[in-house]
Design a protein. Structure first.
Length: 412
């Protein structure tokens, strides 16, 4: 039955300005205007503070220089107080003026050096304060972007019901947030429609196939049925079973394309062991030896879907193998903080350029679409979709001597 979708959250209010209005955008408190006013005001305040500090230091240096002159007037004559301003015994007017000029220039140099030293310290202090204040203000201005990013990450985890609902002035960031909310609403409607379609398709496709299977099994159970009719019934039953597998594979592929919301601890070693048990009879019938050690490798995910990864890979390793003395090796371990499932097998030589085609739906090695009794061509597509839904990936490599090496890595 189709499930009733949950009510959608109310969309946030749209911006009050009209983008086609040539006047309103000029009066809009845009990010550019806010940043211009913010950093322009900060520069102006920093300049006023620095100018005031330099003025105070200069005034203090001048006062210190005039308070400690390098000469003094005593009993009608000039006496030097520093060696630089030493005067001859009876200096002439020119010698006195030259000596006083040298002394005053030296005193001015000392005052300028003192002002420069203090100004550098003041500039260093103001720079530290300016960087700290600018960092804090930039974080405040850009905080809506952080909120948008966090919401996008939550949506990436299939939480399409999340909305930003950003408050504040109708600037570029609010416009971006409102547009993002509108896009999320449309995506949620699309995914809800897809889930409803998958549920309806599951019901509509499984029911007639189940009825056909039941009718065929009833006719085949009749001991008085002609041999030709029994042979036709077995053929139709095999075709019906193939159709059921195709429907199940398509539905599983559609469901596994999304992220896994509910995650539980799952041991890949246990998953691989259960898959090996299910394939053991088919492997014995084909003469394929299944070997390998499964070390514990616990991941967070869906146990049913992870078991499908191992089952599909092991089934492919058994079915696409050599006629005699074939083998398939299944190992699980943890490497570099990731859980690794490796399935390798003997088999025909696989060209490297055909590896990517194996993961496409309904594609097989040197075969396409129908005409094979080994499966419906969705096994590796399902494996790749389930691995991506768990945040992992699968890598296929041709094995030297024939066969493939399938490596699935999942985050722990």
């Amino acid at each position: 039955m189709a499930t009733t979708p949950a009510p959608h959250p109310q969309a946030p209010p749209k911006p009050t300005w009209d983008p086609r209005d040539p006047v309103r955008p000029l009066l809009r408190p845009t990010i550019r205007i806010r940043l211009t006013l913010l950093y322009g005001g900060m520069f102006l305040i920093a300049g006023i503070l620095l100018l005031s500090i330099i003025y105070l230091f200069t005034a203090q240096a001048v006062n210190d220089a005039t308070a400690q002159l390098p000469f003094r007037v005593a009993t009608g004559r000039v006496e030097a107080t520093t060696p630089l301003c030493r005067l001859p015994g009876t200096p002439t007017t020119e010698e006195l003026n030259a000596a006083l000029t040298i002394c005053l220039r030296h005193q001015t140099d000392l005052a300028l050096d003192d002002v420069l030293r203090r100004s550098l310290f003041a500039l260093l202090g103001l720079s530290i304060i300016a960087f700290a204040f600018g960092y804090a203000m930039a974080g405040r201005v850009l905080s809506p972007l952080g909120r948008i990013t966090r919401t996008a990450r939550q949506v990436a985890g299939s939480d399409l019901a999340r909305r930003i609902e950003l408050d504040g002035p109708d600037d570029e960031l609010k416009e971006l947030a409102d547009t993002f909310d509108e896009m999320l609403e449309r995506l949620e409607r699309a995914f809800t429609a897809q889930q409803r379609f998958v549920a309806n398709a599951s019901h509509e496709l499984r029911t007639p196939l189940a009825i056909n299977r039941t009718l065929l099994e009833v006719h085949l159970s009749d001991p008085g049925a002609p041999v030709e009719l029994q042979q036709l019934g077995k053929t139709l039953l095999a075709t019906n079973e193939r159709s059921e597998q195709l429907v199940e594979g398509l539905l599983l592929l559609a469901r596994s394309d999304n992220q896994i919301v509910e995650r539980k601890p799952v041991d890949l070693a246990e998953v691989a062991s259960r898959a090996i048990d299910q394939v053991r009879a088919e492997a014995d019938a084909k003469g394929v030896e299944i070997r390998g050690e499964q070390a514990p490798a616990v991941v967070q995910g869906n146990g049913v879907l992870l078991e499908r990864i191992a089952l599909n890979l092991i089934q492919n390793a058994v079915r696409y193998n050599v006629p005699e003395d074939g083998w398939a090796e299944v190992t699980t371990e943890t490497q570099h903080g990731q859980a690794v499932l490796v399935v390798s097998n003997s088999g025909p030589v696989v060209p490297a350029y055909e590896i990517d085609n194996l993961f496409e739906p309904f594609r097989r090695l040197r075969q396409e679409r129908t005409g094979s009794d080994k499966g419906v061509g969705l096994g590796l597509s399902i494996v790749r979709s389930v691995a991506r839904a768990h945040g992992g990936r699968i890598i296929a490599e041709p094995r030297e001597g024939g066969g493939l090496v399938m490596r699935v890595t999942l985050p722990i």
